[in-house]
Design a protein around this ligand. Structure first.
Ligand SMILES: Nc1ncnc2c1ncn2[C@@H]1O[C@H](COP(=O)(O)OP(=O)(O)OP(=O)(O)O)[C@@H](O)[C@H]1O
Ligand SMILES: [Mg+2]
Length: 252
């Protein structure tokens, strides 16, 4: 459903994403992990078609993004890490507006919008302007807007940030149920527990290259990590040794 071939992004002479190959099949909930600055947001923004790759190819549901950008984007919902919402729209109007961008309107859209807002406890706020929403409420609205047009593929950058435990649980259930119905989701996250318990497969990216990709069992085997959790595998594969560095800083 999502296919990346030698995907590369350079900012000047700096290579943020370095010839990534990746296949995410239909119905998969795929986790994208990596340290700060690894290239996750850059990759997801290229898949969403808002950042142009330096080289390489992306296809969404078999549609080449460069050859048919509208066709590919029509099949995709994107939840960015720093979303933009029109402050002077109400929650309900914002969902209608996003559905309209995907050529959808009418009773089905209204129904789905209401259901999504109810799911996230935003029902009472649906006719209030977004400018009066809290951070978490905005996040829940943005998430709803990616589902309202029921895309085949959803790409989401750190969806859990700012959500309370109840909303985080609802989001996890929604992601699971959506992929169970044959849709595909690729999400970045720093919450290893979420990746470990929620995702079918994960990729670990560091300095623009994929260091490992597979199910939790496959990662444990490839990292020769025995029964270790994702945290140990992550730290080993990304070469992070925070504890030692911390001691060095404190001793200096
Ligand atoms: N517009 C830009 N111009 C120059 N360099 C950029 C730009 N955007 C990102 N970078 C660099 O590209 C690298 C990857 O950034 P990116 O935002 O993709 O990381 P990330 O994996 O999403 O990190 P985080 O976990 O902190 O969100 C970083 O070194 C960053 O400084
Ligand atoms: Mg990022």
């Amino acid at each position: 459903m999502i296919s990346l071939r030698r995907l590369t992004k350079q900012y000047g002479s700096f290579t943020a994403v370095d010839a990534i190959d990746l296949e995410v099949p239909r119905g998969e909930l795929f986790g994208f992990l990596g340290p700060n600055g690894a290239g996750k947001t850059t990759t997801l923004r290229m898949i969403a078609g808002i950042l142009r790759p330096t080289s390489g190819a992306i296809s969404i549901a078999g549609v080449d993004l460069a050859a048919d950008p509208i066709g590919a984007k029509m099949r995709l919902g994107f939840i960015p890490d720093r979303p933009f919402i029109y402050e002077k729209l109400t929650g309900a109007e914002f969902l209608r507006f996003v559905a309209g961008l995907y050529d959808q309107d009418g009773p089905d859209v209204e129904h789905r919008g209401r259901e999504l807002l109810a799911l996230f406890d935003l029902e009472e706020w649906k006719d209030e302007l977004v400018e009066s929403y809290s951070h978490g409420m905005r996040q829940k609205l943005i998430i709803s807007s990616a589902f309202v047009h029921r895309p085949e593929v959803i790409v989401v950058d750190e969806p859990m940030v700012g959500l309370d435990p109840k909303a985080a649980k609802i989001l996890k259930d929604l992601f699971r149920e959506y992929t169970r119905r044959g849709h595909t989701i690729m999400m970045s996250t720093h919450t290893l527990e979420v990746a470990e318990t929620l995702c079918d497969r994960v990729a670990i990216i560091a300095k623009g290259t994929i260091r490992a990709c597979g199910t939790m069992d496959e990662l444990r085997r490839s990292a020769d990590a025995g029964t270790q959790g994702l945290e140990q595998i992550f730290l080993r594969l990304t070469g992070e040794n925070a504890a030692r560095e911390l001691v060095e800083v404190l001793d200096a």
